[in-house]
Design a protein around this ligand. Structure first.
Ligand code: KIV
Ligand code: ZN
Length: 502
């Protein structure tokens, strides 16, 4: 059976989701998970975009054992050279360079003639190939391109040394039947090249289009964990892989993915990005294997195949999630973290262990999600936080207003502040704002949801603050909802201090 190459772009296109920024540490943990799961190609970033991206790709190259590591670049000399530099330590490097081929992009964005675009493709792919043997070329907005010009562009890219040709549905415009036809045409025209699909979900068709692309002859699928990505996102890795596995009658292919690692990876990416997975999300949503109606439950008890097309275990959903308890030791905790790609230092392990024991005292059943949340909280703590929360109290007044008092440490000085607000959280956030002097932020988004079950479940708070036009996410969990929200707010402020230069 031939193979479908799974190209994961969670760390590049996925990170382009507004508010999904990950720290270096978080990205490395994700890269390790992807590598362990059997992802063939990990797109680790866009080297020329920032020194942070360059450093991330360089570090990913050093920890990835099996996968090819890919660095994205525009068709610009400096970008391609930066991509090559970022990949110097990779065992299997790949440069991925792109330019648009649709008239609308060429005329209005790039302001180039078609001849000029062909010349740029030739020069950029040639340069990339002189620096790296494995070159992928993407025709951005391929699905809205004139087919004759697209074919011409692909010919040039192949002549210049591209081994993989990606045909992105950049704006999520294509319909499965069209996309399958487009890939089939290209596959007939270029039988010896690996054609890749990269589909966006603007019309909710990213997975369907990716699968249609495979039927048309594509042998690489670009996707992300949980489908995160630019705007409505990319095709979800878990959906594409499980569709191939479950419908092997239609897709006679295999992938290298260890599907039992899917659920953990989904939880982990959700924890580090703060993008919660909707309950009814295919494969990894909390309800994906929950059977509510009596008729369905009756069928399931008689034969699971009546209503279950894949087993929860096949994607790593363990029905009993209680893995560690009050009497578990540090070694068990350390091993669990390693399973999730996180290598804790002795100091970090101590902090995580203390938080874990404290949670065991407050909560009857500590679940895998709880443990992951503690580890993630520890990992996302900056070494020298700009601001930390010492204590707070909120009070409701008889006319319906609230007041809050917070005690925070700012740059090693303790400060106390009070404020009033419409609700306890409003009062709390206002109080924190009063000690910030020159940092003026706007609250762009605030969500709280429960990450485990029961009345003592932990609440996860996700906050996005806007500061000088950029979005800074903060996440935290606690059994106390207000505490989770306050810590998420503080965590976003610390991101502003690290990434926003305050
Ligand atoms: O969506 C797109 O076209 C892309 C390219 C850079 C591959 O992400
Ligand atoms: Zn994309």
């Amino acid at each position: 059976m031939s193979n479908i190459i799974i190209f994961d772009t969670t760390l590049r296109d996925g990170e382009q989701s507004p508010g999904a920024t990950m720290s270096l540490k978080e990205k490395l943990a994700v890269a390790e998970l992807l590598d362990q799961m059997g992802i063939d190609v990990i797109e680790a970033g866009f080297a020329a975009a920032s020194p942070g991206d360059m450093q991330c790709i360089d570090s990913v190259c050093q920890i990835v054992q099996k996968a090819t590591v890919c660095s994205l670049s525009r068709a610009i000399k400096a970008d391609i050279e930066a991509a090559a530099k970022s990949l110097e330590k990779a065992k299997k490097p790949r440069i991925h360079t792109f330019i648009s081929t649709s008239k609308i992009h060429i005329e209005h964005q790039f302001r180039m003639s078609e001849e000029r675009v062909l010349k740029v493709i030739d020069e950029s792919v040639r340069l990339a190939h002189s620096l790296c043997d494995d070159v992928e070329w993407s025709a951005m907005d391929a699905t809205r391109s004139d087919i004759k010009f697209l074919i011409q562009a692909i010919e040039v890219a192949i002549q210049a040394g591209a081994k993989t040709i990606n045909v992105p549905d950049t704006v999520g415009y294509s319909q499965p039947i069209e996309y399958q036809g487009l890939i089939a045409t290209l596959s007939e025209r270029f039988p010896n090249i690996i054609l890749s699909v990269h589909c966006h979900d603007d019309l909710g068709l990213a997975t369907a289009n990716s699968l249609a692309g495979i039927l048309g002859g594509a042998r690489q699928v670009e996707c992300t964990i949980n489908g995160i990505g630019e705007r409505a996102g990319n095709a979800a890795m878990e959906e594409v892989v499980m569709a191939i596995n479950t419908r092997s009658d239609l897709f006679p292919f295999k992938t290298n993915i260890d599907t039992r690692k899917i659920y953990n990876s989904s939880r982990f990416v959700s924890a580090v990005t703060g993008f919660s997975v909707q309950k009814n999300k295919a494969i990894v949503g909390a309800n994906a294997f929950a059977h509510e109606s009596g008729i369905h439950q009756d069928g399931m008890l008689k034969n699971r195949n009546t209503y279950e097309i894949m087993s929860p275990l096949s994607v790593g959903v363990v029905q009993s999630q209680i893995v560690l308890g009050k009497h578990s030791g540090r070694a068990a905790l350390k091993n669990k973290a390693i399973e999730w790609g996180v290598h804790l230092t002795e100091d970090e392990l101590k902090q995580v262990f203390d938080a874990f024991k404290a949670l065991c005292d407050r909560k009857k059943h500590v679940t895998e999600e709880d443990v992951m949340a503690i580890i993630h909280d520890q990992q996302s703590l900056p070494q020298h936080p700009f601001i930390s929360l010492s204590s707070f109290k909120t009070e409701q007044h008889h006319h319906g207003n609230y007041s809050a008092e917070v005690v925070v440490m700012i740059k090693n000085h303790e400060q106390t502040a009070c404020a009033k607000g419409d609700g306890p959280l409003d009062a709390l956030f206002q109080a924190i704002n009063t000690v910030l002097d020159d940092i003026k932020t706007n609250l762009l988004n605030f969500e709280v949801h429960s990450i485990s079950h029961g009345t003592d479940a932990q609440a996860e708070a996700n906050i996005v603050l806007e500061y000088e036009g950029n979005a800074f996410p903060g996440h935290a969990r606690d059994t106390d909802t207000i505490m989770a929200a306050a810590r998420a707010y503080i965590s976003a402020l610390n991101k502003i201090s690290v990434q926003g230069g305050k």
